[in-house]
Write a protein that binds this ligand. Structure first.
Ligand code: MTE
Ligand code: MO
Length: 359
């Protein structure tokens, strides 16, 4: 695909066709719940065609009573419906300097859907987890060969793990997205939803849940979706896990012209992991001075919160740099600058939006 070729699919930007990667133009964000047809799509392999009547979910590994269950049985179990924000760990990658490899997401590899599913704790309870268990690995049906010379030879399926404690706390096995069956591109018939974690953990097209007694070191846990953590002066690869606090400006959008000497509504969304958004501040002078934005709606755990700020635009035409900064209830805020140890993931430093003030 040519470098700056943009094609829209249901209003989404096609970042790649095979595998299918679609981005929501972030300036179109309007509702707390992102409509399914606007929700970003991230895949690594072709989307598997799954017949739900022939589908089985296996629960195995460090458990006393391994079992498999089908779609009908899953739907009979107790369920919950919760809004959860999913953000790709590579969201905002396009803005990294120098440029890095990977899908060039701008602001829209993020969205919030209402997910209905069975708490994973229910299945783990039924399987009777052994005392030595530490992690839970999710394996997807999707698989293929990678170009990466560091990937294992032959076919690989998409798998990722989470700690057992997280698995038992608030993870869902979701079969509905915004009230309808989870569509094929979002993981039909069933996907994991791991609230508060970057979305690589929310494995789609689930087929196996494997309880392990040691940290899982699969491809997407070590060579991919990992970053450098320092211990003393040694850098160690560490898997990407929880979302980092972030605010994004939806409107005005990059390079938009705004009228001089008027009131302009700046709005966007902010999110964090396992914490509330305590504050969003906005700067209209490239970060020199900050003013508090108004948080809208109610705070919901592990879902984004909308905010707005009324900006009195300057009387004189010219360029202005807008920046938003979120702080969560644990006091964590966005770094001003990029930490290169984070590689091509976990991008939450302050991002400028340049606008032109016109007559
Ligand atoms: N089986 C499987 N699960 C997966 C992926 C995948 O390629 N295969 N991609 C992950 C990544 S990196 C992201 S960001 C989210 C995207 O979910 P969405 O396409 O529903 O937005 O799914 C995650 N789950
Ligand atoms: Mo992702």
């Amino acid at each position: 695909m040519p470098e700056n070729y943009i094609q829209l699919r249901d209003g989404r930007i096609v970042r790649s066709e095979a595998p299918l990667n679609l981005e929501m133009p972030f300036e179109t964000v309007e509702s707390f719940i992102t409509p399914t047809k606007s929700f970003y799509v991230r895949t690594h392999f072709p989307i598997p065609k799954i017949d739900r009547d022939a589908w089985w979910l296996h629960v195995e590994g460090e458990v006393e009573k391994p079992f498999a269950l089908n779609y009908e049985e899953l739907l009979k179990l107790e369920s919950l419906t919760v809004p959860v924000t999913l953000e790709c760990a590579g969201n905002n990658r396009h803005f990294l300097e120098p440029k890095v490899k990977g899908v060039q997401w701008e602001l829209g590899a993020v969205g919030t859907a209402e997910w209905t599913g069975v708490p994973l704790s229910v299945l783990l309870h039924r399987a009777v987890v052994r005392p030595n268990a530490r992690e839970v690995v999710f394996e997807g049906v999707d698989h293929g060969m990678l170009d990466d010379p560091k990937s294992p030879p032959g076919e690989l399926s998409y798998s990722r793990s989470i700690p057992l404690e997280k698995a038992q706390r608030d993870v869902l096995l979701a079969y509905r997205m915004n009230g309808n069956d989870v569509p094929p591109e979002h993981g039909f018939p069933v996907r994991a939803i791991v609230p508060g974690w970057y979305a690589m953990a929310s494995v789609k097209w689930l087929q196996r849940i494997i309880v392990t007694d040691r940290p899982f070191a699969g491809y997407y846990q070590t060579l991919d979706y990992a970053y450098w953590k320092r211990r003393e002066d040694t850098a160690e690869l560490s898997p990407v896990t929880e979302l980092q606090v972030k605010a994004e400006i939806a409107k005005p959008s990059q390079n938009e012209t705004v009228p001089a000497n008027s009131t302009m509504r700046i709005h966007g969304a902010a999110w964090a992991s396992d914490a509330e958004i305590a504050r969003v501040e906005v700067s209209t002078d490239g970060g020199s001075t900050w003013k508090e934005a108004t948080l809208l709606g109610e705070s919901k755990a592990n879902a984004w919160r909308f905010w707005e700020f009324n900006w009195k635009t300057p009387t004189a035409p010219g360029k202005q740099t807008l920046v938003a900064r979120a702080t969560d209830s644990r006091g964590q805020t966005q770094p001003a600058h990029r930490d290169p140890d984070r590689g091509t993931y976990v991008i939450n430093h302050l991002l400028p939006i340049e606008v032109t003030v016109g007559p």
